[in-house]
Ligand binder design. Structure first.
Ligand SMILES: Cc1cc2nc3c(=O)[nH]c(=O)nc-3n(C[C@H](O)[C@H](O)[C@H](O)COP(=O)(O)O)c2cc1C
Length: 391
């Protein structure tokens, strides 16, 4: 039984002793504090989206089109009445929430990925570990509970295979292949600062520690600055893969027995094609608006994709989750679980482990409270009947 909402009592009791939370209680508050406190380049990297950032706004605006229709007097608020756990792709989670893969956490905290791994393990939720991490797959995996590995499929299949095999060996329970980033979107905030972390050698730990990648290098990157510069240039030539097609899922299937999810799908035809090709799940996402500006808000794409492939694949949702009610709305529209992104990254930058834990506990408590107050004791009770649509 979940008791995420106990966070509320904890805070009010501390209030009696004159102690108020050190960090803001909302996603918007965390973003604002981060804007004030973080290094400008780090804040720009996390906050920034593509071009005019219309899609980043559309992701949040899409939630305005739906309102919940809560039920009352169903006993769902009684202590111990609620069980928010789910099983997705064979992974049991205490709540239908995983941290989204966010690369280069080293910009925000020295032990970024291992901190997130440790906190998600403590809370019983999932973590999706980015290929573009500042820690290695092995270090982050050792600290994690239930985690999935996000693959940026490089343009060298042997390297892709090595990443997948390392992740499986390190304990990943699923592979999430990101389809929307064969190259980076046009991101004015990073461009204005001339800042791409990878070119500074940040976020490439998994490449530098990989035997297949290292075999491409004339000298070990730790040997000299020149060798590191050469390794970074090799990374530049390796990162993007423009040749991928849905049929390549079969290759992934050969390399691993783990479930496969494709992240970054918005068009129902793409969802159909990747599921036809063997994907077990589709993650509806526009990368938080960081890739194609003007793309549809992710929540607006969700119902059609659920209608197209929901009977034969799990559909997950990502891009724009900010509150507990957002989680309820996405699940009511057919998502099995959601990925939570930027707000915990701000928490990480503001207060390390405490900040990640605070941000995640806020979302979990908000979700737990909203579920109970809407008359729901389990996520299986979330369906279209919980929703009033204003479209
Ligand atoms: C700073 C940053 C780095 C990201 N890095 C990755 C990544 O390495 N791999 C990936 O698949 N998605 C990456 N994403 C996208 C997230 O996984 C997720 O789709 C996005 O954050 C969702 O939008 P939201 O945080 O606004 O809800 C990144 C997002 C941000 C903000």
């Amino acid at each position: 039984m979940s008791s995420f909402v106990d966070f509320q009592n904890e805070i009010y009791l501390q209030g009696l002793a004159g102690v108020v939370p050190a960090l803001p209680m909302t996603a918007a508050g965390l973003e604002q504090r981060a804007r004030e406190v973080l290094e400008p380049a780090a804040f720009a990297y996390v906050f920034g989206s593509a071009s005019a950032e219309r899609t980043a706004h559309a992701n949040l605006a899409a939630f305005e089109k739906y309102r919940l229709l809560p039920r009352v007097w169903r006993g769902a608020t009684a202590p111990g009445a609620r069980d928010l756990s789910v099983e997705v792709l064979g992974t049991r989670l205490a709540a239908p929430i995983l941290t989204a893969p966010i690369g280069v956490l080293g910009l925000l905290h020295e032990q970024g990925e291992t901190v997130v791994a440790d906190v998600t393990r403590e809370l019983g939720i999932g973590m999706v570990l980015s290929t573009a991490a500042s820690s290695t797959i092995e270090d982050a995996g050792a600290a994690a509970g239930d985690w999935w590995y996000q693959l940026y499929w490089p343009n060298d299949n042997e390297l892709a295979r090595s990443f997948v095999e390392r992740a499986e060996k390190a304990g990943a329970k699923a592979i999430v292949v990101t389809a929307d980033t064969p190259s980076l979107g046009w991101r004015p905030r990073d461009l204005a600062l001339g800042h791409l972390p990878f070119l500074h050698g940040k976020g490439i730990a998994n490449y530098l520690s990989d035997p297949v990648f290292r075999a491409k290098l004339a000298a070990a990157p730790e040997e000299s600055e020149d060798a590191m510069r050469a390794a970074i240039l090799t990374w530049v030539g390796t990162f993007g893969n423009h040749s991928l097609r849905p049929a390549d899922i079969a290759k992934l299937r050969d390399w691993t027995e783990l479930p496969i999810a494709v992240k970054g799908v918005l068009h129902p035809d793409d969802a159909r094609q990747v599921v036809d090709a063997g994907a077990d799940a589709v993650i509806v996402s526009n990368h938080g608006g960081r890739q194609v500006d003007g793309a549809v808000g992710a929540l607006d794409a969700l119902p059609t994709i659920v209608a197209t492939v929901g009977d034969r694949a799990d559909v997950l949702f990502d891009s724009g989750i900010r509150t507990g009610s957002d989680v309820m709305i996405a699940l009511s529209l057919g998502a099995k679980a959601v990925l939570y992104g930027r707000p915990w990254a701000y928490g990480l930058g503001l207060a390390g482990r405490d900040g990640v834990k605070h941000a995640l506990r806020c979302l979990l408590a908000d979700f737990d409270a909203a579920m109970g107050l809407s008359g729901c004791t389990a996520v299986t009770e979330l369906s279209r009947t919980m929703i009033s649509s204003f479209r």
